[in-house]
Ligand binder design. Structure first.
Ligand code: GAL
Length: 414
């Protein structure tokens, strides 16, 4: 009898343990497929697995996430939305408007998200007072990543102005390397464009990229921005067309190219190649943009799912918002935490600078959503801009014509 009782107790406690551990499954759609991105994603996967959540991976390669968004549309149209989806800015609000995303208000209020997520991110994490996404990070696009040895060979001084930048690029060319590692894809061209426009003034960035003022879009200053793009184009190698961004990072890592103008996800590639900031590579703000930040934040938007997935979905949202996780993830990814209350000690020098720059820009009113990464305007406007920027970069639109083309393209869709 006694034996039987213990047996029954054991069986039920084992059953309970197994139940507590198996929280369920999350299917996650994302575009983190490069070496550095995958390493960061692994931090999230492992964290969830340790909490009993099974990870069903749905990677859709393509930097900037355009292909991932196409895949998402197909899934939702088929009535089969993933549990959670990596998403940027205005795309989040678009999906919220469709009425297909989940309500995270209860967990957000239990965990006090309201107090720790900055307004710049909250405008995308929430829709009509409902939390619908968990922000995992803040990236910014106005960075330059320079090979240290190549910089030393070019005089050793990190450029602070446009003219100094051109001097260094020229020197790198003389030294026989590709000065600018770049991949010819619309979103990458647009990422450089973010920084170039910002380098011509914060008011100009806001007027043209955010407020879509036709005069700023089609005016003389925009002519200067396109002239700068044309100049930068002259430092790119012949094989740049279609190249993935992480391969351009590799060129800098290996010293084949001098620098890359890219968001701080590039740092994830340098770290993944065992490089150290200050020793192997140098991170600077795009010359002329010091004190300002064009940001984008990766958020996991939770979609409406069946009850059997709900617990795992909430567990994922909660895990993402955990301060310890935000440190573990972002130190690998190259981004900075989405919470304002996370200490910076464990971040490297570029990460510390990223956190300080973000706080400073936020205080000074010089923090702007990145056009290239969907934080300045809805996708239709972004794509209209992409087309003109890329055609210009490829010589299909002249520098003289580009501002008017840009203004017209935006006018047609806004
Ligand atoms: C950005 C995204 C980053 C990184 C990058 C390249 O849009 O925010 O996390 O993945 O694309 O893929």
């Amino acid at each position: 009898m006694r034996k039987l009782l213990i047996g029954t107790m054991l069986a039920s406690s084992v059953g309970a343990a197994a139940y507590a551990q198996d929280v369920g499954r999350v299917e996650v759609l994302h575009w983190w497929t490069s070496g550095g991105e995958a390493a960061a994603l692994d931090v999230l996967k492992k964290d969830l697995e340790s909490k009993g959540v099974t990870w069903a991976d749905m990677p859709v390669a393509g930097g900037g996430g355009e292909q991932a968004m196409t895949a998402l549309r197909a899934r939702v149209t088929a009535g089969n939305a993933p549990t959670a989806v990596q998403m940027l800015g205005f795309d989040i609000l678009d999906w919220a408007q469709q009425g297909v995303v989940a309500d995270l208000n209860q967990i957000a209020s239990e965990e006090g998200w309201e107090e720790v997520v900055p307004d710049a991110l909250k405008q995308f994490s929430k829709y009509e007072d409902t939390w619908i996404a968990a922000p995992v990070n803040v990236h910014s696009t106005n960075w330059v990543w320079i090979n240290k040895e190549a910089l030393d060979a070019a005089g050793g001084k990190a450029p602070e102005t446009w003219d100094e930048l051109i001097t260094v690029l020229d020197k790198m060319q003389e030294n026989g390397i590709t000065p600018l590692g770049h991949g010819g894809q619309a979103w990458q061209d647009a990422t450089i464009f973010d920084a170039v426009v910002l380098s011509l003034g914060t008011d100009f960035y806001k007027a043209s990229m955010i407020d879509l003022d036709p005069e700023a879009l089609g005016g003389e200053k925009m002519g200067e921005a396109f002239a700068r793009m044309e100049k930068l184009r002259s430092y790119v190698d012949d094989n740049f067309s279609g190249r993935d961004w992480n391969l351009a990072s590799s060129m800098v890592i290996e010293g084949e190219a001098g620098m890359q103008m890219m968001g701080d996800w590039a740092k994830g590639e340098f770290l993944n190649a065992d490089q150290t900031p200050g020793e192997d590579f140098v991170c600077i703000r795009f010359p002329g943009t010091q004190g300002a930040v064009t940001f984008n934040s990766d958020q996991f938007v939770m979609f409406q799912v069946g009850d059997e997935q709900r617990e795992a979905q909430l567990m994922m949202a909660s895990a993402i918002m955990d301060p310890g996780f935000q440190i573990a993830f972002n130190t690998v990814k190259g981004s900075v935490p989405a919470r304002t209350d996370v200490p910076n000690e464990e971040f490297d020098d570029c990460g510390k600078k990223g956190m300080a720059d973000l706080a400073e820009a936020n205080t000074n009113g010089t923090l702007y959503g990145s056009m290239a990464h969907g934080h300045a305007n809805p996708a239709a406007v972004k794509n209209a801009m992409y087309d003109v920027i890329t055609q210009h970069f490829n010589g299909e639109i002249s520098t003289d014509d580009a501002p008017a083309e840009l203004a017209a393209a935006v006018e047609a869709v806004k």
